[in-house]
Design a protein around this ligand. Structure first.
Ligand code: F6R
Length: 611
């Protein structure tokens, strides 16, 4: 939820921290802060964005070649200067930046209160800083041991960087549940919540594992677990270049990522479809193929946009693999007593692989013996480590807070999985199998065609930029796309929007329709086309404004709708991959026209690593 960056080395830490925080701002942007260690520790922190922090620290002492920074998405305590990280322990011995949530913080705070500790902020992180200090002072142990002892008392999730005034030139990092990457340079180390602040300095990284603690000086890294067992650092080369994290000529990451989708979908199926288009090959599921083939039921767990991709997966897996599917919000599923057994297959979908509810759902399933498959974008993420098997989406790093290319890559994986399982279970004719593979391969070119109509879509956006509400409707495979279109609009433009299965409109939502209400109708699928025509007529009869997404050459709906966006003709199975593109573009332009901060919408963060 928050972003952490830190540096130990010979360079001046400040610019590395500031640039790193800018890269991590997608993780949270309520407040930002840095601590620079140079003899004594200077802390600068404030409510607002990294640019506000830069302004604040402009005329200050920013020297020092050791430091840590933080950009926050508030959990405990309002976004204000006092609650911003880094947090200092009461006697000034420790400074801490934290990503995660200390669930038993109230209990610990009370205990520390009784020992005379007073708190400046409302945060769980300050409690941790004081807990470490209290152990350090009372038990007269090293900073590292104090950290480890404190962490054995903590319930919750953390990615942490900690400094101790008495042990200069050293940072201590620890992780449980919240990611932390260490970049290994020549006489220097970089720490961050993901690799984006690190890539321009080194491609050698170490992903800290749960309950690992690293003690880092510029020329030394000691890795151990909470119980003091030494660990050998598994340093890997990362495949992420600076181009991947640069907006290039695009005004926003979201726009860049929308435009990347022809490429990212190709990356998703690259090497997974035979050259002669005869079969799908998903290396990541080979180990569990027998369980997949005999699965009696599939349960998909996910949140947000990934949940919408799961709904598309439900249609595809039922239709082409003939396996019953249920799609669950991970946040609900984790608190139920789900009835699962070894013949069930659970698919967890997550772009980040760090969403707390999705991970908790996976852990719940683990107790039942069902097979767990992950569909995930971030290599090395918690989800990828906690599933029995998985398929990476290979969409590349997604920085815009509103998910776009991750969604289409997730659907691409689900399509391949449905086809693969349909074929292996011998419920899909080889002709349909080949036809659908061919259709999937055509998708990137068709997306490029849709992207060429961006200007026309922006003109439609101009008409509706002042709307206060919007409805989205679709049927079959395009119903989840309606949900996703509505989510994209509300999260970045703050226009209230809802998606509905078109036939449900009559059961209530149609009451909302008047001449002010834009209705985005997804009418590009063959099977339900006639029914969508009727649904559009029902909206028009009540004076609603209709923006219809139709297949190229459509005539009937063009006569009724106020605005029409054409997408290339395609097989229904791949229609979600095409139909969502104009909706992303429409939301993007409406949000820009309304002056919204598209890449950093209010109250949101990219990875929801807390409940
Ligand atoms: C919406 C969006 C969120 C995420 C959700 C799950 O644009 O990005 O709804 O889809 O927070 O995140 P992941 O996929 O990382 O588990």
């Amino acid at each position: 939820m928050c972003g952490i960056v830190a540096y130990v080395g010979e360079r001046t830490a400040y610019p590395i921290l500031i640039k790193g925080l800018q890269r991590l701002e997608y993780r949270g942007y309520d407040s930002a802060g840095i601590a620079l260690l140079n003899g004594s520790t200077h802390v600068y922190k404030c409510k607002g964005k990294v640019r506000d922090l830069e302004e604040l620290s402009k005329d200050q002492d920013i020297s020092g070649s050791v430091g840590m920074g933080h950009t926050r998405w508030a959990t405990h305590g309002a976004p204000n200067d006092l609650n911003a990280h880094p947090h200092r322990s009461m006697n000034g011995k420790f400074f801490v930046v934290h990503n995660g949530i200390i669930e038993n913080y109230a209990h610990l705070r009370k205990e520390l209160n009784n020992r005379g500790y007073r708190f400046e902020s409302e945060t769980d992180t300050e409690v941790l800083a004081n807990l470490i200090e209290n152990i350090y002072l009372e038990q007269a142990v090293s900073a590292e041991l104090a950290v480890r002892l404190a962490l054995t008392r903590v319930v919750g999730a953390y990615g942490l960087v900690i400094s101790c005034e008495d042990e200069p030139g050293q940072l201590i990092a620890a992780r449980k549940g919240s990611p932390l990457v260490i970049g290994v340079g020549e006489n220097e180390y970089f720490l961050a919540s993901d690799a984006t602040p690190i890539v321009e300095y080194t491609d050698q990284v170490l992903y800290l594992k749960d309950e690992e603690v690293a003690v880092i000086r510029r020329d030394q890294l000691d890795l151990k677990n909470l119980h003091n067992d030494s660990k050998t650092p598994d340093i890997q080369k990362i495949n992420l270049s600076i181009d991947h994290i640069d907006k290039g000529d695009y005004a926003h990451f979201m726009l860049k990522e929308i435009h990347e989708q022809a490429v990212t979908i190709r990356d998703t199926f690259r090497g997974r479809i035979a050259m002669d288009e005869s079969k799908v090959f998903l290396g990541g599921v080979l180990d569990v193929m027998p369980q997949l083939i005999k699965a009696k039921r599939i349960i998909i767990v996910a949140c947000g946009t990934s949940w919408h991709a799961g709904l598309v997966g439900e249609y595809l897996l039922e239709q082409y693999a003939r396996i019953p599917v249920e799609v669950e919000y991970a946040s609900e599923f984790r608190y139920r007593d789900p009835i699962l057994d070894r013949d069930d297959l659970v698919i967890a979908i997550s772009q980040s692989g760090e969403t707390a509810d999705t991970l908790a759902a996976v852990r719940k399933v683990r107790e039942t013996g069902a097979t767990i498959l992950g569909i995930c974008n971030v290599a090395g993420s918690s989800l990828s480590r906690e599933t029995d098997a998985g398929v990476y989406t290979h969409a590349g790093i997604e920085i815009g807070v509103a998910s776009t290319k991750a969604f289409t890559s997730q659907i691409t994986v689900l399509t391949m999985l449905a086809l693969l399982l349909g074929s292996k279970r011998q419920v899909l004719s080889s002709d349909t199998y080949r036809e659908l593979i061919h259709e999937l391969i055509q998708v990137p070119d068709k997306i490029e065609e849709i992207l060429r109509s961006e200007k026309a879509i922006a003109e439609i956006a101009a008409v509706y930029q002042g709307a206060t509400n919007a409805l989205y409707m679709g049927r079959g495979l395009l119903f989840p796309v309606a949900l996703e279109g509505a989510l994209k609009l509300k999260e970045i433009s703050y226009i209230h929007a809802e998606g509905y299965p078109a036939a449900e409109m009559k059961h209530g939502p149609i009451a909302l329709i008047d001449e002010q209400m834009p209705v985005v109708a997804l009418a590009a699928n063959d099977q339900s086309y006639e029914k969508m025509v009727s649904n559009i007529q029902e909206v028009k009869a009540r004076k609603g404004k209709v923006v219809a997404v139709v297949s190229k050459g459509d005539k009937a709906i063009r006569k009724m709708a106020d605005h029409v966006i054409e997408i290339p003709d395609c097989h229904e199975a791949v229609s979600p991959l095409l139909a969502v593109i104009p909706l992303q573009i429409l939301s993007y332009h409406i949000a820009v026209m309304r002056g919204c901060d598209v890449d950093q919408p209010r109250n949101l963060a990219k990875s929801v690593t807390v409940e």
